[in-house]
Design a protein around this ligand. Structure first.
Ligand code: PMT
Length: 410
């Protein structure tokens, strides 16, 4: 894979890591890309336009109101020309501008005016990176559809150690190559995803449920859409906006979720069960609100709910791939492996929900992907990134390719 024929706008912001960008330009060009650099005013204090012009073979752009440059290729044309906008380093300031939808200079205007993917490689002091405003902006930008890459960890220019370093140009280039060559990788694939909790009614005002927010399942839907898949999302009650482009079916209970899933099975290639389905429901749903005084209720008889994913995996209309999740609090791997076999799944993704930093409700997750032939651990990252990384890891299986391009166990 390479970048032959790809047109990249490389945005450079004003951070010390900008010193790496002339090399990045060379690596991208060596891989075959045409590179047009757009610098912020602050970036010109860290790397000179002259060096950028020399390595890119084009004059860098830095002014939204440059009449001469606008006359040759205006900013809107530049936004249309690009196959991808890559910003490295992306400073805290730029993340804030993009998260706020500002168009205050050429680079931010381009990001708003383009339909092509925007890849952000943040780099900054580790305390800034971990600060709540920056992390909230990162989360917001992920939701907007920006593709954000984790900074490297290590010694920083300011003398501190931690996450915030711009990866080396040799490491950024393969990301760009893989990104631009996989952007429509799942085109035509019909993916059915369940997300969120189910609610099992006790009476008109009470129910049994769990802490699932739907974030991980919605992140899968968005990542699959980004990769070109047709996505149907069967969602329990959550407070999230529907992913743009997905067909969403809203349900409440496990039985409703099962019937929505079964109604789509004939037209599904891949099923991913991320929902936290309640295993039990009240045997009887009281028509009226149960009164505390009158009945002195001390037990609610329960019955087992249908196992949705096991039903899917054993169905005569079984999708080509059935992938489950496992939420475990102990013996995570052994318990997940038992579920993989018992439910007849092709793969299971296990997260340790006893760890309060990940799993239910938060914005981050860490998980182990288990198949019949091995395991791979994905350390903590935003749920959107985890979903995309898992889909890429499973790409050869998802697309039914015989020769894996991204083998799980090389
Ligand atoms: O929604 P978030 O707040 O982002 O949290 C994400 C998550 C923790 C809910 C998610 O990452 C996760 O772990 N989902 C699976 C939760 C779960 O119910 O795990 P389980 O081990 O009980 O179930 C195993 C598999 O069987 C799952 O694919 C589940 O969807 C499926 N199942 C379970 C019970 C049932 N009756 N029917 C099912 O289909």
């Amino acid at each position: 894979m390479n970048l032959i024929g790809k047109k990249i706008v490389l945005g450079i912001c004003g951070g010390i890591a900008a010193y790496k960008t002339p090399i990045l330009v060379r690596r991208l060009r060596q891989a075959g890309a045409e590179v047009q650099v757009v610098m912020t005013r602050a970036a010109t204090s860290f790397v000179t336009p002259t060096s950028i012009a020399a390595v890119s073979g084009r004059a860098p752009r830095d002014d939204l109101f440059d009449l001469q440059a606008e006359a040759s290729m205006g900013h809107i044309e530049l936004a249309r020309w690009a196959d991808c906008v890559l910003i490295a380093p992306a400073t805290a300031h730029l993340l804030g501008q993009l998260a706020g939808g500002l168009a205050s200079d050429l680079l931010t205007t381009l990001c708003l005016a383009t339909r092509c993917p925007v890849m952000l490689f943040p780099a900054m002091n580790n305390v800034m990176w971990e600060s709540r405003p920056v992390q909230a902006n990162v989360q917001r930008l992920s939701e907007f559809g920006y593709h954000i890459f984790q900074p490297d960890s290590g010694e920083q220019a300011c003398g501190e150690t931690g996450p915030g370093r711009l990866p080396e140009p040799e490491d950024i280039t393969p990301h760009v190559i893989s990104f631009l060559n996989t952007s429509r990788m799942l085109a035509g694939l019909r993916v059915l995803i369940t997300a969120g909790p189910t609610r099992e009614a006790i009476d008109p005002v009470r129910f049994i449920s769990n802490h699932s927010s739907g974030k991980q399942g919605y992140a899968f839907a968005e990542a699959a859409l980004d990769l070109g898949a047709d996505v149907t999302l069967v969602s329990g009650p959550v407070a999230l906006p529907p992913p743009k482009g997905a067909h969403v079916i809203q349900v409440q209970s496990a039985e409703q979720m099962l019937s929505a899933v079964l109604s789509k099975l004939n037209s599904t290639d891949v099923f991913i069960g991320v929902a936290a389905v309640a295993d039990y429901r009240p045997k009887e749903v009281h028509e009226q609100k149960i009164k505390r005084v009158e009945q002195g209720l001390d037990a609610i008889p329960l019955v087992a709910n249908p196992d949705i994913i096991a039903t899917v995996a054993s169905s005569p209309h079984r999708p080509r791939l059935v992938i489950g999740f496992a939420a475990e609090t102990q013996n995570t791997i052994a318990n997940a492996e038992a579920k993989l076999i018992r439910k007849k799944l092709d793969a299971i993704i296990v997260n340790d929900v006893a760890d309060k930093r990940i799993g239910f409700n938060g914005d981050n997750n860490a998980a182990t992907l288990i198949t019949a032939t091995g395991r791979k651990f994905f350390d903590q990252r935003p749920k959107h990134w985890l979903a995309r990384d898992l889909l890429l890891e499973l790409s050869s299986r998802l697309t039914g390719g015989l020769a894996p391009t991204n083998p799980l166990y090389p």
